[in-house]
Design a protein around this ligand. Structure first.
Ligand code: AMP
Length: 281
């Protein structure tokens, strides 16, 4: 497996693969890989001849008081894990390679970014859409793989790809969870043991909503309140949002009668965690 640090060597690598007629898959990540990332890479490997995983902690998607500085970075460990699932190359550029002095161009996806994480993290999706556009232009993949764990991000990437006529297919992979239900995340590393236990309120909240739906509840406000009550029972948890929206358009809804996104953001200590479920009647 190769580790590529510059845009020009990555382009050369891709050009050679393309000349051999190979199908190219891209898996963008911020590293500190876990089983969720590896699942994306396996899916990419199944579908593509070569898989490039990017590992880049993207400064433009972090707010000024967020965890950009302390986000875990362990390239050697990541390279070993990515190699074990058949990734062909890692693209790991330094920040100046992606954002040289004088950089001033951004991609803004409107409307679907104006709710959920877009409210709590102003500028976040602008940073995500920008870096993903750049990665798409550098690698020019046939397929790019994203996780359902970041449901709104997946919708933003899909919408951007459609709106800007980007010539690739975006594949969304289901959320990978720990045995007890906690959605895998690089940020789980931040959790102390008691916080790790408290973090189960997210997946349990989603399960509570599914159960209510199964029992016949269709009122979105009622379901939302059940989930809020459950999370509020956990003293270490502070709710950022609990919201239900029609999926995939993210329009507000009162009754659940089609695909519905239930999305949660909860802070445990200093760690902000997100999770979601697509509810289906
Ligand atoms: P990140 O490194 O957190 O930016 O994530 C990189 C990619 O992996 C994104 O497309 C995420 O949605 C995806 N991902 C992160 N955690 C999970 C998970 N638990 N299950 C599936 N995909 C995930």
């Amino acid at each position: 497996m190769q580790i590529l640090h510059t845009i020009s060597e990555t382009r050369a690598f891709v050009r050679q693969a393309r000349a051999r007629g190979q199908v190219i898959g891209l898996v963008p990540t911020m590293g500190y890989l876990h089983e969720g990332h590896l699942e994306l890479m396996r899916r990419a490997k199944d579908q593509c001849d070569i898989v490039i995983a990017s590992i880049f902690v993207n400064p433009t998607q972090f707010g000024p008081n967020e965890d950009f500085g302390r986000y875990p970075r362990e390239l050697e460990r990541d390279a070993e894990m990515a190699g074990s699932v058949g990734v062909t190359a890692i693209f790991n550029p330094p920040v100046e390679e992606m954002y040289p002095p004088g950089y001033c161009t951004y991609v803004d996806v409107e409307r679907i970014t104006e709710k959920l994480c877009g409210v709590s993290r102003p500028g976040h999706f602008r940073g995500v859409a920008t870096v993903v556009t750049k990665l798409f232009n550098i690698v020019q993949p046939d397929y790019a793989f994203f996780g359902q764990k970041d449901a709104q991000q997946a919708l933003v990437i899909k919408r951007m790809t459609r709106d800007l006529n980007l010539d690739l297919e975006v594949v969304i992979v289901p959320t990978v969870r720990e045995h007890d239900g906690l959605a895998m995340s690089s940020r789980n590393l931040y959790l102390e043991p008691d916080q790790r236990r408290a973090a189960l309120v997210l997946s349990r909240g989603l399960e509570r909503a599914k159960q209510a739906l199964k029992e016949g509840e269709r009122n979105a406000a009622e379901i939302r309140q059940l989930v809020i009550n459950m999370i509020q029972d956990e003293p270490l948890a502070a709710i950022d949002y609990v919201e239900l929206y029609a999926y995939p358009d993210l329009e507000p809804l009162e009754r659940i009668d089609g695909l519905t996104l239930l999305a949660l953001a909860v802070t445990i200590g200093r760690t902000r965690l997100i999770d979601n479920a697509i509810l289906e009647v």
